[in-house]
Each structure stands twice: as structure tokens, then as C-alpha cells.
Design a protein around this ligand. Structure first.
Ligand code: SER
Length: 612
């Protein structure tokens, strides 16, 4: 079965009566107005306000397939089941159905729609803590379904509790989460590897069991005093990896052999002239390249450019890791590892695997962006290698500090330096060098982790008063820019912190002093008028007919929230499709001042503004 068949079957299963779910558009992979996270990493991220009580315009039962990126798995990529990018099949009950329906329906989906053999399915259930009881209810349901006792396993908060920030003690105040119940597929052909512990069990990690679905029962919110409080509504948040489910359906534990990766693996086999499956090291390289390029293609399509910060840095890292892996096989940065034809072919294979998603995409632009970055990397690497060679010919010391500098400044991995060193000097670098290098790398990583703490928690959107004010100010600014500069102005990105808003939009050059003043004045006039801010849930096509701005590729016939500043039926200043939150009247915002602007790309400008 292909991944597309699995995806379609899942969505239809939940859409049709009696399940009656509405299909919603996935959120953009790079969140457009959530500065607290780099990427969308779960389907529920865009639904947080609705899981806590806001009515969703599409109702209480939702389903979709969400492109996700999780950085925490980057180092595990190379085995047969981990990826950075993946697609998550998701269904939600917003205070509607609960455990009974969810577990029975998903079981029905796996065993009837996908015909997975019942005896290969194992489940896990929350064992409870002092604060939250053991999930006996789910056990009863699993038993009623017919899952034998020995295939029901209990785990604690580490395995069977889900929130965007992990177990209860890691949840910040206001964060929601709850116990969950997972389903695993058993690949009977895989034997337990004792490296993972004496006993094999669903979560042991040896690869015999693959988690294919997680039903989270979001029923708690973290309180200021550190305790958990029950939410007024009980929700279901289900997520299952499309790649893994497809692997289970095909009874092949290697997700890289599903149709989503096969075309890329075949291109790599041809290029390197080595069959997949013949050498462990080559398999790992093929998988890493396939995963990283797929993730990169999606990132570029979502507007990310390689750079030294935030999403751009992640994209750069993915591409450089991929090039380094192929280098280690080719033993030369000069030929195959940077072959642009190879990379262009891989890009094309990704695009071809997602025809619906990349419909209308500029394939050449994506190819160019990726190849450009690899060329830049090659230049940097060449400079670094020259530096290394000079140091060697000067008979200067090559120590851990120098190795780390090479890594930091030129992106040269330790293994590459080691190889060049060995070739030139006929001996290996010492253990001490390695230790020193590792120590420096670790402390650097620690530093950058601290600096970016909070950025990786998976969308803990800040709905503080400051951010809310700036959110509405962003709508005003957007409308004012279109009125002053023209209708070519389109939002390309937005990022709000408690201190300022940042707004990216299409426009060829910086605003003149006069234009800046006119935009500011127009925004501040609306604030002084104390206009009401309201929203209604309507169909996207109706919203667009009414003149609402919508730029994020929502499905046309989908119900969306439209925020209006002014009178929705009469004279309004701004109408925009948006999830909120917003202030209720513009006077709450305060005076808006634009304090910086820069050009960030061909035809794209960036403005910074704050309130005074
Ligand atoms: N939010 C849960 C997860 O990401 C289930 O959708 O695993």
C-alpha cells in the first residue's frame, strides 16, 4: 500500500459517518505568528485555543495530515525508523467524544481499513502518579476490544504522558496535556537486540516494536502553584506517523523502503553505484541524505533560506550534514559529494512524491536554493582545509582547540579533519585531541541550548497582554501598508515578542520617511478611534469575497476565523483570516511606532514596530 492510500483512507475514515470529522488545513511548517517555536512539530499545535475552550469554526471533530519537523531526532536519523521531517495523521475531539470512541475507532481503522493483523498490535497505558490516577478506563476498553493482557503494557510519565513540553513537572504554567495510550506494531521478523536491555517490550527501542499511534487525552492544565487542574472539557489529541504506519502496513520495519523514500534511495544507489542494504555505513548515509533533503525541500518551500539564525540555521545544518555524509563516502569534497545534478535529482524526487503539496511550486527555485547553499559550504570547507594544510606544513600543533575552531568557523567535522590529517601525517589524531574537541563542542552546545531555550518547545504560544496587543497592531499595520504602498503588499512572515512586532512583506524597497509616517499615522488613527475587534467563523471563500486577507494556503471550502477591526458589516479597516488572540478594541493597543526596517530578500522588506 502506498503512503497516499494510507493518508486518504485515514482522512476518509474519520470524515465519514458516523465519525463525522471535518478535515482542516495543516498549519504551515514554519509557524507564521508564533515566536516561541521554530517549527510545527505536532498537529495539535494550531489547536491549543480550541483544546482549552474556544469554539473551533469547524466544530468539535477535526482531522488532518500535518507536516512536522522535530529536531530532537536529528542525531538518530540513519537507523531504519527515525526522521526529522514527517507527516502526522491527526484526529481531535474538542470536548466531544473521549476514550471509548477514540480507542475503538483507531483499532477499527488499523485492523479493518489497513488490515493489520490484530496479533501484531500491542498497546501501552498510563500507570498513574500521585496526582493523576492510573488509566484503568483505557485498560478496560483495550480488554473489551480483545487485546490480551500480555500485550497491554504500563508506563509512567516519560512514555505515557504527552504535552508539548513533556512530563507534568516540565510543563509551564498554562500548558495543557494528559495521559496517553499508544499502539505499537510488532515486526516479528526483528529479533530483540540485548543492547537495549534484557527484556524486550514496546518501548525498549530495539526496533521490534514501532509506535504507530498515540491517543492523548488532554484533560489537564498546569496551575501557578505547580499542580494540575482538570480542564472544563475532555479532549482527544491523536497523532500517528504516516511513514511508520505505511511501514507497518507493508510489514517492513524500514520506513526508508516506503514509497516516500524509495525514489530518493534509488537515485542515491545509482549515483554511488552501491546497493541499499549492502553496507551498514552506506545505508545510514543514504537515509540521512534522504531525510535531510526531504526536510530541506519542505523548509525552502515554506520560505526558509539557509542562514545563521533560527530556521535558516536548521536548514543550513541539514544540508551540511547531508553533504558531509556523502563526503565521508566519496573521500573528496571536489566531486560527487557536491554534484549539483545529484541534489537536483533528489529535490525533484521529493517534489514528485508530494504532488498535492507541491502543486504550483517553483521547482527550479527550490533546487537553486539548495545547490547554492551546498556550493557555499564547499567554498568554506576548501578554505578550512587550506588552513589545516598550512598549519600542518608549518609543523604547528593541531590540538582540540584548533579542531573545534575548524568545526565552528568552517563547518569541518572532526572526522573529516582526522582523515586529512592522517593522510598527510600518516598517523591518527590523539585521544586527548578528541576529548578536548568534544568538551568544547559540548559546552558550546550547552550555551546555544540555553540561549534558545523556549524556542524548541513546540509552539507554546504566548498569549500575554503585550503579545496580544502587538498581534492586533500587526493587523492594523498590514492593512495600513496596503493602503499606503499598494495592494502588492502581502504578509510573508510575522514574529511577535512581548517587546516588539516584526513583519515581513512583499515590497521592492525601503519605505521613505514620508511613507513610514503615513503608515504610522494611519495605524494610530485607528487606535484613537477605539474601533471594535471581533471575529466570526465563516467559509474561506466567503471571507475572501468579503475582502479578508488570507495568505497561508488554507483549504478553500474550509471554515476559518476572520478578525475584523471596525464594523464587520459596515465600515471596517482590516479583515484578516487569523487564529487570534486579539484585543477587543483598538484603544487597548497604545501608540504604534515603526523603529527599524530592512530588506531581507529580493522584493521582501521587514519592519519592526513597538507600542509606546
Ligand atoms: N500531540 C501528540 C503527539 O504529537 C498526538 O497528536 O504525539
Amino acid at each position: 500500500m502506498t503512503s497516499d492510500e494510507v493518508r486518504k483512507k485515514y482522512i476518509n475514515f474519520f470524515k465519514l459517518t458516523p465519525k463525522n470529522h471535518k478535515e482542516i488545513s495543516p498549519a504551515p511548517l514554519v509557524p507564521t505568528d508564533d515566536p516561541t517555536t521554530l517549527f510545527t512539530s505536532s498537529g495539535m499545535q494550531q489547536l491549543v485555543p480550541y483544546l482549552t475552550g474556544d469554539p473551533h469554526p469547524e466544530g468539535k471533530r477535526l482531522v488532518n495530515s500535518q507536516p512536522c519537523l522535530r529536531l530532537e531526532d536529528m542525531d538518530k536519523v540513519g537507523d531504519n525508523r527515525h526522521t526529522t521531517f514527517f507527516e502526522m495523521l491527526g484526529n481531535w475531539s474538542l470536548g466531544d467524544y473521549f476514550k471509548e470512541e477514540q480507542l475503538v475507532w483507531f483499532w477499527e481503522f488499523l485492523t479493518k481499513e489497513l488490515s493489520l493483523p490484530k496479533e501484531k498490535l500491542w498497546v501501552s497505558v498510563f500507570e498513574g502518579t500521585k496526582e493523576v490516577p492510573k488509566d484503568e478506563e483505557s485498560v478496560k476498553i483495550w480488554e473489551k476490544i480483545g487485546v490480551p493482557k500480555e500485550r497491554i503494557h504500563f508506563y509512567g510519565v516519560k512514555e505515557n504522558w504527552w504535552s508539548r513540553s513533556g512530563p507534568p513537572d516540565k510543563m509551564p504554567v498554562g500548558e495543557i496535556g494528559g495521559p496517553d495510550s499508544e499502539i505499537f506494531f510488532e515486526f516479528t521478523q526483528v529479533k530483540h537486540d540485548p543492547k537495549y536491555g534484557k527484556e524486550c517490550h514496546p518501548n525498549c527501542g530495539c526496533g521490534r516494536f514501532l509506535e504507530i499511534g498515540n491517543s492523548v487525552f488532554i484533560e489537564y492544565i498546569k496551575k501557578k502553584d505547580g499542580s494540575l487542574e482538570e480542564l472544563p472539557q475532555k479532549n482527544v489529541d491523536f497523532g500517528g506517523g504516516l511513514e511508520r504506519t505505511t511501514a507497518a502496513v507493508n510489514n517492513n520495519p524500514d520506513i526508508y523502503q516506503t514509497d516516500l523514500f524509495k525514489p530518493m534511495i534509488e537515485a542515491l544507489e545509482k549515483h554511488f553505484d552501491i546497493k541499499y542494504g549492502s553496507e551498514k555505513e552506506v545505508d545510514e548515509m543514504y537515509r540521512t541524505v534522504a531525510d535531510h533533503i526531504r526536510a530541506s525541500v519542505f523548509l525552502v518551500q515554506f520560505g526558509v533560506k539557509p542562514g545563521n539564525k533560527l530556521q535558516g540555521y536548521v536548514l543550513r545544518r541539514l544540508l551540511r550534514r547531508s553533504a558531509t555524509k556523502t563526503y565521508l563516502k566519496d573521500r573528496s569534497f571536489k566531486d560527487k559529494s557536491f554534484d549539483s545534478k545529484k541534489y537536483k535529482l533528489l529535490v525533484r524526487r521529493v517534489i514528485d512524491s508530494y504532488p498535492a503539496f507541491f502543486k504550483g511550486a517553483d521547482q527550479e527555485e527550490i533546487e537553486q536554493e539548495i545547490v547554492r547553499e551546498l556550493r557555499r559550504f564547499r567554498k568554506t570547507i576548501e578554505q578550512g582545509i587550506k588552513k589545516l594544510e598550512k598549519r600542518m606544513s608549518d609543523k604547528q600543533k593541531i590540538d582540540g582547540k584548533f579542531l573545534f575552531d575548524l568545526h565552528q568557523t568552517y563547518g569541518i567535522p572532526y572526522e573529516v579533519t582526522e582523515e586529512i590529517f592522517q593522510k598527510a601525517r600518516g598517523k591518527k589524531l590523539t585521544e586527548k585531541d578528541r576529548e578536548e574537541f568534544d568538551k568544547k563542542l559540548e559546552s558550546h552546545q550547552e550555551l546555544s541550548r540555553t540561549a534558545s531555550a523556549g524556542m524548541f518547545k513546540g509552539g507554546l504560544a504566548d498569549s500575554s497582554a503585550e503579545v496580544t496587543r502587538l498581534h492586533t497592531a500587526t493587523h492594523l499595520l498590514h492593512a495600513a501598508l496596503r493602503k499606503v504602498l499598494g495592494e502588492h503588499v502581502q504578509q510573508k512572515g510575522s514574529n511577535i515578542t512581548a517587546e516588539r512586532l516584526r513583519f515581513d512583506f512583499t515590497h521592492p524597497q525601503k519605505l521613505t520617511e514620508d511613507e513610514t509616517k503615513r503608515v504610522e499615522d494611519l495605524v494610530n488613527e485607528q487606535i484613537q478611534k477605539d474601533l471594535p475587534v471581533s471575529f466570526e467563523a465563516i467559509n474561506l471563500n466567503k471571507a475572501i469575497k468579503e475582502g479578508a486577507l488570507a495568505f497561508f494556503g488554507e483549504k478553500y471550502d474550509q471554515k476559518v476565523k476572520v478578525y475584523t477591526v471596525g464594523d464587520p458589516e459596515g465600515k471596517w479597516f482590516s479583515k484578516e483570516v487569523c487564529g487570534g488572540p486579539h484585543v477587543s478594541s483598538t484603544s487597548e493597543i497604545g501608540r504604534v511606532k515603526i523603529f527599524r526596517q530592512e530588506k531581507i530578500g529580493a522584493g521582501i522588506m521587514r519592519l519592526y514596530a513597538k507600542t509606546e
